[in-house]
Design a protein around this ligand. Structure first.
Ligand SMILES: Nc1nc2c(ncn2[C@@H]2O[C@H](COP(=O)(O)OP(=O)(O)OP(=O)(O)O)[C@@H](O)[C@H]2O)c(=O)[nH]1
Ligand SMILES: Nc1nc2c(ncn2[C@@H]2O[C@H](COP(=O)(O)OP(=O)(O)OP(=O)(O)O)[C@@H](O)[C@H]2O)c(=O)[nH]1
Ligand SMILES: [Mg+2]
Ligand SMILES: [Mg+2]
Lengths: 290, 274
């Protein structure tokens, strides 16, 4: 990882107090490489390195640790700051039901996350109703129904289109005292105008308290395109990053946060329904730096 | 000469941005840019064409058809991490064989994920292929074995085996795939004739790690690269073909049965720059 690289580069600088501008440039080159190897977006890296440079030069003289450690420390703190602050709160409405819509690309983990979030809120004392609005993917509703059954949560999916289904779900929620609606949607490309419009319409009609972008942690450079499109076209309130139980460095997290400035609220860390955790900026910063 | 050097370094920086943003990865990008520098091209206009030729040369020059055996049924095993498009790609491939009037059987060896069996069942009905399925929680290898027996008994031409998504880092899950291979290999020596790794074009440099581990465990014979209808370029396949010698056989360009296209080296490289 990066701290090992710095051990070697700065062995010879031990004892010297201040980092020269040249030392900073070299160390930033290594940081840049580490971030790009972690799949952080090219343009996001450029901007981040530029912003960090000032701080690294300014602070290098103040601490009593090796210059190499200082740069890594500054980078880690800055990365944590950009990824944070920690925010894993769900906006609960004072006028139930609270509506949470899960959106994102095909296969990112929306249906599984919908169920996981349902289980999480149930643990917290809420009574969620899962809503299956994906009428396109074969057996999508069946998938959510099986997951709902596993968690002891009701699943609603009757209706001719997502708007119609949500209308029915809302009526059911009100009549049965389910104060949270978790709406699973069909996966879609951010460049599919028709399907993005469908989400815009859903948001306009139902005014959800949360629109969560569910994104795969292994996503590469494309993460900025996806995030920018969902934030720009639809407007999101937060992000869930899935499949962090793999060995992907997760640079997509920085890319997404940097271009949307919306909080990453939760992470998926497995296929089972309890593999769901609040997002921790400090831990993902360490993971990205390798 | 100094002026030309400056122009060339600007062109190189521009190309670096294109290659990295196309998900070629740091290693491949550095490698090709170094080749360009070594070439010492006189005209900046020569750089991009040289680069394109270089990228094409990193991709394999080989046949990319699906390996079918003279002795039926040919068995195709479909593997990959979660959500990349295995089940949908399997259905698309099966549909192609159905269009050639081949007798096709599907094995629902994903006995874990909610709705996986129903999902494959619906695809089977759409394309006119029967499906062998057991209960959820049953042994995936048992389903595969059962399907191969049925395929042999029914004179099936092609058997396609759908498996559960699994991260390449989960040793016990990868072992489960090795067991499926062993079990069907005992029943038919050459099977599976094809082990297809499905990769998602939106995945970054982790794709190489996926390909490495699946190859080590299973000897992957080909790749299906999905979701190229999005904005991701799937550049990681260049490193995968070059370092692991696994050819991309097909690409997924959408969610319906017809959205399966042959992989062409030249077209792929051109698309990196569009
Ligand atoms: N390892 C791992 N797998 C996950 C995680 N979250 C979801 N998955 C798996 O990823 C695959 C896709 O999940 P889905 O919930 O079907 O994804 P989706 O976004 O609803 O897919 P579409 O509806 O087709 O767009 C499934 O195999 C899930 O079990 C996670 O955090 N870790
Ligand atoms: N746009 C696009 N979507 C695709 C493509 N291939 C598959 N999909 C979609 O990706 C999602 C996941 O596809 P699946 O076939 O269920 O993926 P999988 O690998 O079998 O998933 P698991 O079994 O859960 O691991 C579905 O919504 C598919 O329609 C493609 O080439 N383009
Ligand atoms: Mg889904
Ligand atoms: Mg599947």
């Amino acid at each position: 990882g990066i701290s090992v690289k710095f051990g070697t580069i700065f062995k010879k600088l031990r004892g010297r107090g201040k980092l020269s501008e040249k030392n900073i440039e070299e160390s930033l080159k290594e940081i840049r490489l580490a971030l790009l190897e972690a799949d952080v977006n090219y343009k996001v890296v450029k901007k981040f390195i530029h912003e960090v440079k000032e701080r690294a030069i300014g602070e290098a003289v103040l601490r009593n640790i090796t210059p190499g450690q200082q740069v890594v420390k500054v980078i880690h703190e800055e990365l944590t700051r950009v990824m944070g602050p920690e925010n894993n709160k769900i906006n609960i409405s004072s006028r139930p039901p609270t509506i949470i819509v899960l959106v994102g690309l095909q296969g990112s983990g929306k249906t599984t996350t919908c169920a996981k979030l349902g289980g999480y809120l149930k643990e917290k004392g809420y009574h969620p109703l899962l809503v299956a609005t994906d009428i396109q993917r074969p057996a999508a509703r069946k998938q959510l129904e099986i997951l709902g059954k596993e968690l002891g949560l009701p699943v609603f999916g009757d209706g001719r289109d997502p708007l119609d289904i949500c209308r029915g779900a809302k009526d059911l929620a009100i009549s049965e005292g389910r104060e949270v609606l978790l709406v699973d949607t069909a996966g879609r490309l951010h460049i599919d105008e028709k399907l993005m419009k469908e989400l815009k319409q859903l948001k306009k009609v139902f005014q959800p308290e949360e629109v969560l972008l569910v994104a795969d942690a292994m996503t590469g450079q494309d993460a900025v395109n996806i995030a920018q499109a969902f934030e720009g076209t639809l407007g999101i309130s937060g992000v869930v990053l899935t499949k962090l139980d793999g060995d992907a460095r997760g640079g997509a997290a920085l890319s997404i946060k940097a271009v949307t400035n919306k909080p990453i609220k939760f992470i998926g860390v497995g296929e089972k329904l309890d593999a769901f955790q609040p997002f921790c900026p400090d831990r993902i910063a360490s993971r990205i730096l390798g | 000469l100094k002026f030309r050097g400056k122009i060339n370094s600007e062109v190189l920086e521009e190309l670096e941005a294109i290659l990295i943003q196309a998900d070629l990865g740091m290693k491949t990008t550095a490698k090709v840019l170094e080749k360009i520098r070594e070439e010492r091209l006189k005209e900046p206009a020569d750089i991009k064409p040289f680069l394109k030729r270089e990228l094409v040369s990193l991709l394999l020059d080989c046949p990319r058809s699906i390996n079918l055996s003279a002795s039926s049924p040919s068995v195709i095993l479909v593997v990959g991490v979660n959500g990349v498009g295995k089940t949908t790609s399997l259905a698309k491939l099966a549909s192609r064989f159905r269009e050639e009037n081949k007798k096709v059987l599907l094995a629902a060896s994903d006995t874990f994920r909610a709705g996986s069996i129903e999902q494959l069942d619906i695809w089977g009905k759409r394309i006119g292929a029967e499906i062998i399925k057991h209960q959820y929680g049953s042994d995936p290898a048992a389903v595969a074995y059962d399907a191969l027996s049925a395929a042999q008994a029914r004179g099936i031409d092609i058997l396609l085996i759908d498996t559960a998504g699994r991260l390449h880092t989960k040793k016990n899950l990868v072992e489960e795939l090795r067991k499926i291979k062993r079990v069907i290999g005992k029943k038919k020596k050459e099977a599976p004739e094809e082990t297809l790794l499905v990769l998602d074009a939106t995945v970054g440099q982790n794709a190489l790690s996926q390909a490495k581990l699946f190859k080590e465990a299973l000897k992957v014979t080909g790749i299906i690269l999905t979701k190229l209808d999005g904005t991701a370029k799937g550049g990681m396949v260049i490193a995968i073909e070059n370092e692991l010698n696994i050819p991309v056989k097909l690409i997924g360009t959408g969610e319906t049965l017809g959205d399966l296209v042959e992989f062409d080296r030249g077209e792929f490289v051109e698309a990196l720059f569009s």
